[in-house]
Write a protein that binds this ligand. Structure first.
Ligand code: ATP
Ligand code: MG
Length: 241
């Protein structure tokens, strides 16, 4: 996919917390409009990587380039302005605020009231249950509805790249199906997606390409179709042989 312009380009990224280094040498790309997934065991460094890609954690070395611009030391607001929105692990909604107000938080850097209102309508169209529950506290939503709300909040920033840290964790199959379908729709509308997902089969079915991260290093990458059929991946991450 080197021919498509890169939305995001990460090179030799290193990051960690205090004395603990978590990411040792991460290089990956997401093309404009591409859907890429990241696979890795618990503690591999996936969330740490997502935090670097949204300005929440400063890398120790390496570079993050967005649309050709170096963003390595940029702030979270800079990342949002560059078109990157994050759906964080655990959803992180404001539970005592309404669904509508949570969604509007995603548009905090946008000024155009008309465009924000139109975006809100698009989110309600995508997730009608959020429209029905717009006045309800987000903390009273079911797990699946909370994830819809978290994705909706991300979309309210009108991103060109949506980062999602764990789409399906703890959710029933029906909710996962619905969310997966909505991600397809979002991606078809031209938004690139970088998805961290425990449900490896689901992720590889959805994605164009995938990276496997193990102990802070990319150990494998390629077209999702190729990885689905890779015996080592099937054994290590899908429990199949
Ligand atoms: N704030 C922190 N302070 C110190 N160490 C941390 C912090 N956050 C994460 N770590 C450590 O960094 C390593 C990678 O954690 P990270 O959350 O990035 O993994 P992950 O791949 O997202 O795992 P999971 O699949 O369980 O979500 C772990 O060993 C973890 O203990
Ligand atoms: Mg994580």
């Amino acid at each position: 996919m080197t021919s498509s312009p890169q939305k995001l380009s990460v090179s030799s990224l290193q990051a960690g917390y205090g004395d603990v280094q978590v990411l040792w040498d991460i290089s990956l790309d997401v093309g404009t409009g591409e859907l890429v997934c990241i696979i890795g065991s618990n503690g591999a460094g996936k969330t740490t990587l997502m935090r670097c890609l949204s300005g929440l954690l400063k890398p120790r070395a390496g570079s993050i380039v967005v649309d050709g611009r170096t963003m390595t030391a940029a702030t979270p607001a800079d990342f949002v302005r560059a078109g990157i929105a994050q759906v964080p692990e655990g959803r992180r909604l404001f539970s005592a605020m309404s669904v509508r107000d949570n969604l509007l938080m995603g548009a905090y850097l946008r000024m155009d009231k008309g465009a924000i209102a139109a975006e809100l309508e698009r989110v309600y169209e995508m997730f009608p249950v959020l429209a029905e529950r717009r006045r309800q506290d987000a903390g009273t939503l079911s797990g699946g509805e909370q994830q819809m709300c978290a994705i909706g909040r991300g979309l309210m920033a009108a991103p060109s790249l949506l980062l999602i840290d764990e789409l399906s964790l703890g959710l029933a199959p029906r909710a996962v199906e619905l969310l997966t379908e909505s991600l397809r729709t979002v991606n078809k509308s031209g938004v690139a997606i970088l998805l961290v997902e425990q449900d490896v089969i689901n992720a590889l079915e959805l994605a164009d390409r995938a990276y496997v991260i193990d102990r802070g290093r990319v150990v494998k990458s390629g077209p999702a179709m190729a990885l689905v059929n890779d015996p080592a991946i099937r054994e290590a991450y899908m429990g199949l042989s």
